[in-house]
Design a protein around this ligand. Structure first.
Ligand SMILES: Nc1nc2c(ncn2[C@@H]2O[C@H](COP(=O)(O)OP(=O)(O)OP(=O)(O)O)[C@@H](O)[C@H]2O)c(=O)[nH]1
Length: 375
């Protein structure tokens, strides 16, 4: 069914967009935001068929049980912006999940819980799936939706009213559909498009999302009231926004950068002391999150006007920054200033030939293909 890629590192998913620089144009890569959506639920509920229906516009006949995870991607243009949905179709069978589970939930931007409307047990399992999400620290503020699949078989086992009650109790939107019924194709598309629209209105996610509890809220009003995550994490969010802004700028094409790093640093300093201690995220978690995204400031130097490391350059391996560690950013900016000063006299060709991404953790995922990860 899918190409096997035993060496693939699913944790590297968050850097695909940058890795794809090798294949795509500079501009396109940075203009497409990538969102990771996981699809979870019992085995046999139709997770693979639903994602296939959306990505390939067909019903997949005779799907095999998913082992580990299947990836599919679909790029949409919404209001003139490219949004890439990276859909992780996860295995429902416990024996095919094993240690993959950690990877499923890492840096996730949205979660789709699927049950089978003709199978009550699959519906009754939902609280366990939701609990698993919680255990893996998926922020409540990322969009979660419930999808009842196989409506073509009738809703005898799980009436809409029952499903709606559960959905309401979690404040998740509910969709009922069928991956099989061709007349439901547009409905399946609409489910993913709804998510895409919500995700699109996010600020760029990278670090914020990786931190595990400070994603921009995409929830309905009720949900925000219930959890008010953002209010609690406001300072932390502000700090991460500054990180985000610096990185965003530093990863844009040279001529488009604004280089206002000092301003970001000042705001960060103002907010960071209040935020990190209250965040509930330990430094080590945060540092790990940063590592997960394979981001380091040293990597970013690859994009600097004059820094051209060899693939084995030790600086590519230099220490990762920790959340809220303004000293890291300070050093980085000081370093950057020096680099920029040098750049003024550097030949312009060097600016254009910087090997962005070449030192990043690289996995040979095809952004067009579909890889299956096996343990
Ligand atoms: N009638 C009907 N059958 C469906 C529908 N969607 C999927 N199926 C069937 O349900 C079975 C399981 O589908 P999958 O998509 O492989 O289920 P899954 O949830 O991905 O299963 P795992 O990979 O084991 O987790 C297959 O026989 C599909 O043909 C649907 O909308 N209607």
């Amino acid at each position: 069914m899918a190409a096997e890629n035993k060496n693939a590192d699913p944790g590297a998913a968050a850097v695909w967009d940058r890795d794809s620089l090798a294949n795509d144009s500079f501009q396109d890569s940075f203009q497409t935001r990538v969102f990771k959506i996981i699809v979870i639920g019992d085995s046999n509920v139709g997770k693979t068929c639903l994602t296939y229906r959306f990505c390939e516009a067909k019903f997949l006949k005779n799907p095999e049980a998913t082992i580990g995870v299947d990836f599919r991607e679909k790029t949409l243009e919404l209001d003139g912006e490219n949004i890439k949905l990276q859909i992780w179709d996860t295995a429902g069978q416990e024996r095919f999940r094993k240690s993959m589970v950690e990877h499923y939930y890492r840096s996730v931007h949205a979660v789709i819980f699927v049950y089978d409307v003709s199978n009550l047990a699959s519906f009754e399992s939902l609280p366990e799936w939701i609990e698993e999400c919680r255990r893996h620290s998926v922020p409540l503020s990322v969009p979660h939706i419930l999808v009842g699949n196989k409506c073509d078989l009738g809703r005898g086992e799980v009436p809409t009213s029952l499903a709606q009650r559960l959905a309401d109790s979690y404040h998740f939107p509910l969709f009922e559909t069928s991956a099989k019924d061709p007349s439901e194709k547009e409905h399946v598309d609409a489910i993913f498009l709804t998510l895409a629209h919500k995700l699109k209105n996010h600020k760029p996610l990278r670090l914020k999302q990786l931190s595990g509890s400070v994603a921009t809220p995409l929830t309905c009003e009720k949900e925000e009231k219930k959890y008010s995550l953002l209010e609690d994490d406001d300072d932390l969010n502000a700090v991460l926004c500054e990180f985000d802004a610096v990185i965003e700028d530093f990863t844009s094409p040279f001529e488009k950068r604004h280089f206002r790093y000092d301003e970001h640093l000042k705001t960060m300093k103002r907010r960071s002391s209040a935020s990190v201690s209250d965040s509930g995220i330990s430094d080590s978690d945060s540092a790990e999150s940063l590592n997960r995204n394979s981001f380091s400031f040293s990597d970013e130097r690859l994009n600097s006007p004059v820094f051209m490391p060899s693939p084995t350059s030790p600086s590519v391996m230099s220490p990762k920054p920790k959340l809220g560690d303004t000293k890291e950013l300070e050093d980085f900016i000081a370093d950057l200033d020096k680099t920029l000063a040098t750049a003024i006299s550097a030949p312009i060709e060097q600016n254009n030939s910087s090997a962005v991404g070449s030192g990043l953790t690289h996995t040979d995922h095809s952004s067009r293909g579909r890889d299956r990860i096996l343990e």
